[in-house]
Design a protein around this ligand. Structure first.
Ligand code: FAD
Length: 396
């Protein structure tokens, strides 16, 4: 793909570039991506062309060093056009956050970050594993290191855009004798691995993410293994980033249903001047739910940024519980919003086609509760609450 720098591109803000990609490309192809369950290739060509894949990387490594708020805004903007594209873009940025935060003293990872920025590489993720499911903090597979080389085979039951990624960041045990929770993460670069499909991807929603299952067989330079233990990566960047960036994706998809509801109510009002359309009250209700969802997201971002400034906060039980709760609540609110939007738009919303259709949004939002199952997250939060006080403060 051509990721060559267009000199006019960077004169514009990342937001303006994303609006262009969302409106001119992603929205145009979203229905076809969904119907065919295919990777949104045109959108990712455009994101690369606009140099939006490496935009979060710090400037000293060739990126633009945008803030987490700006990143969430980009994800959400894309989500208003195509949910699958936003989820892929978001998952890529979650992986990028691990490189940004945990490259530390590793020249290999620092160089790779530069490569990601210059070549606009797309990063995928293999945490889910056969026999483990969504239990991120345990692995069955193990990396084997011999001399300066690593070898890894993983039954990865779900790798989104696995065939289209430039690298897959895979979790595994530190070695064949390690405990299941003694994990590391490896950057498996394209060319270093083969993927044998084990499970297809014909789903209700998020069809364009192509989250197929594969046997991942990889070998490469042992320096590609992150120096930081995966437990640290999960606690300090990955889990919080996943919850916040997923939340931004769902917010964008849900926001689009509210925009469509508003357009529907306005069209009804035009048809019968002087009569308040029946959906108007529900529109006020659904916009309040959207505002709640936004408040959760903004609170999560603020909490994470406060924790970046004071790392001790990141390991507190209340921080983890709060981020868990934001994910669970946002995933529930997304569906609540889509349901309310359906009541407003009626049959026009229920149809798969037409300007007021919210069918794709609804189906995409259904994945939110199972993307790391809410019951699993609530179970984890319940354990934390047995050991910590309920946070009743307002100032954090
Ligand atoms: C759109 C999408 C894209 C994805 N992309 C990727 C990707 O790129 N890479 C990747 O690695 N993964 C990916 N995943 C997988 C995701 O991260 C989770 O691992 C997956 O959704 C969990 O699947 P599961 O429900 O089958 O498994 P589990 O989480 O194992 O849950 C199985 C069932 O067991 C129950 N359960 C299990 N454990 C508990 C518990 N402790 N408490 C309560 N109930 C429990 C739940 O009710 C659930 O129904 C993606 C998922 C989706 C939906």
């Amino acid at each position: 793909m051509n990721a060559a720098l267009d000199p006019t591109t960077l004169a514009e803000s990342a937001h303006a570039r994303m609006v262009r990609v969302a409106e001119e490309v992603a929205a145009q192809h979203a229905a076809d991506v969904d119907a065919k369950g295919r990777f949104p290739a045109e959108t990712f060509e455009a994101l690369k062309r606009e140099r939006l894949l490496g935009v979060w990387i710090p400037k000293e490594y060739g990126g633009e060093g945008i803030s987490l708020t700006e990143m969430c805004d980009l994800v959400s903007r894309l989500g208003q056009a195509c949910g699958s594209s936003a989820m892929i873009y978001g998952m890529h940025q979650i992986k990028m956050s691990s490189l940004i935060r945990h490259s530390g003293e590793s020249p290999w990872h620092q160089d790779y970050m530069r490569e990601c920025a210059s070549d606009q590489l797309l990063l995928g993720s293999a945490t889910t594993e056969g026999g483990i499911g969504g239990d991120l903090r345990n692995s069955i597979c193990a990396v084997e290191v011999e001399g300066d080389r690593y070898r890894l085979t993983k039954q990865a039951t779900c790798i989104s855009y696995g065939r289209s990624a430039d690298a897959i960041l895979a979790t595994c045990r530190r070695g064949p004798d390690s405990a299941s929770s003694d994990q590391v993460m490896v950057v498996c670069k394209k060319g270093d691995y083969t993927l044998r499909e084990t499970v297809g991807w014909d789903t209700m929603g998020m069809r364009g993410t192509r989250s197929e299952g594969f046997e991942l067989i990889s070998a490469g330079d042992a320096r590609q293994i992150f120096v930081a233990p995966f437990g640290e990566i999960a606690a300090q960047s990955m889990l919080a980033m996943a919850h916040i960036i997923w939340c931004a994706t769902w917010f964008g998809i849900a926001a689009d249903t509210v925009v469509k509801s508003q357009a529907f109510v306005r069209a009804e009002a035009k048809k019968k001047p002087g009569v308040v359309p029946p959906g108007a009250l529900r529109l006020a209700e659904v916009s309040a739910s959207l505002q709640k969802m936004k408040s959760l997201l903004v609170a999560g971002i603020a909490r994470y940024e406060a924790a970046l400034a004071d790392e001790a906060l990141m390991n507190t039980l209340s921080f983890i519980a709060e981020l868990n709760t934001i994910k669970v609540s946002a995933s529930e609110l997304g569906i609540e919003i889509a349901q309310k939007a359906l009541m407003i738009t009626g049959l026009a919303g229920y149809r798969n086609e037409g300007p007021f259709s919210i069918a794709r949004n609804y189906r995409d939002l259904l994945s939110a509760a199972i993307m790391i199952n809410n019951d699993r997250i609530l179970g984890n939060t319940a354990n934390l609450l047995l050991m910590s006080k309920v946070d009743t403060s307002i100032g954090g």
